[in-house]
Design a protein around this ligand. Structure first.
Ligand code: COA
Ligand code: MG
Length: 291
């Protein structure tokens, strides 16, 4: 299991940030060719990124390319599809067809370059009204998709809402993404960025809210955001101990043909047991087992 508590974005055109991003404790790094790069800088950023990738070793970032309807999309893919990256982040995805078109282009490059088919994952950003309403179809559109990500700032602009995360429409969009992901059988989504990177208190409030709604992680954009967000999405020792009790009790009961049991005075059924299993798996992936 690959933890995805934090996805740290860095502009692909900024060599200092793009290399520093790997040293800051984020679970995954996303090098961005899209919104973090000015139009006039697209070609330079793409070339810089292509020159950095071979030197990254085991880090394997995700790369956010420009959208499939932009003039840069195909060149972006040509510059980055390789074993040096984990996958492609697709911005402003509005329907399954966009993922399918991207997948075809990625698969062709994989084949040309001797990568195993399906080597690269696709992480779609849902950040428009159309994308939100198509979220379940998007989630089902490719076996390369592990989860969806929410682009909150672009979403607010697209629907004409004002303010920030405190706007009630955020709640609706987040809830929809969690439900659509679950319905499609993919992993829980990743929450939008908290742009005010000096406001750690506000960041933690927003992150707790996202976690409670079922998100597995959050986009971060600044070194100061990594540790607070990792902390929120890391199971506490108490949560982990309880999850272990639930998994053990449930497995014993299941072996006896019983599907409803109680642990610590609380009824435990399949969904709760599943959530407990995810907590145990995340803890194992984070190396918390020995703690
Ligand atoms: N990744 C890696 N390093 C980063 C970083 C990031 N996202 N953001 C800041 N840093 C580094 C800076 O380089 C600086 O380190 P240095 O002194 O060793 O060079 C240090 O952290 C402190 O940075 P600070 O001066 O507080 O911020 P800044 O003015 O350099 O950068 C932003 C502020 C917002 C421009 C920057 O955080 C950023 O580019 N974030 C990502 C934006 C992005 O990708 N947006 C698109 C997706 S939403
Ligand atoms: Mg954007």
């Amino acid at each position: 299991m690959q933890p995805r508590r934090t996805l740290l974005f860095a502009p692909a055109g900024d060599e200092r940030k793009a290399t520093k991003a790997f040293t800051l404790g984020a679970d995954l790094v996303v090098l961005d060719l899209e919104d973090a790069v000015a139009h006039a800088e697209k070609d330079r950023a793409r070339k810089l990124l292509a020159s950095l990738l071979p030197g990254l070793g085991p880090h394997r970032p995700l790369v956010r390319v420009n959208g499939i309807t932009t003039p840069w999309f195909r060149e972006d893919l040509r510059a980055v599809v390789s074993a040096a990256i984990r996958g492609i982040v697709l911005p402003k995805v509005e329907d399954a067809a966009a993922v399918e078109a991207a997948e075809e282009a990625i698969a062709t490059l994989e084949a040309e370059r001797g990568l195993p088919p399906g080597a690269l994952e696709i992480l779609p950003f849902v950040e428009t009204a159309r994308g939100l309403l198509a979220a379940e179809a998007i989630a089902r559109s490719s076996t390369r998709i592990r989860c969806l990500a929410f682009g909150g700032m672009d979403f607010l602009a697209d629907v004409g809402a004002s303010g920030g995360a405190e706007n009630g429409i955020f709640l609706y969009a987040r809830a929809h993404l969690v439900v659509a992901s679950r319905a499609a059988g993919i992993d829980a989504p990743i929450d939008t960025v908290y742009p005010d990177f000096r406001d750690t208190e506000g960041l933690v409030v927003e992150t707790l809210r996202a976690r409670a709604m079922g998100f597995q992680g959050k986009i971060v954009i600044h070194p100061a955001q990594v540790e607070p967000v990792n902390r929120v999405f890391t199971p506490t020792p108490e949560e982990l101990a309880q999850a272990r009790r639930i998994v053990a009790a449930f497995e014993a009961a299941e072996a006896d043909g019983v599907a409803v049991i109680q642990v610590d005075g609380r009824m435990i059924e399949y969904p709760i047991a599943q959530r407990a299993r995810r907590i145990v798996a995340l803890a194992a992936a984070l190396g918390l087992d020995s703690a």
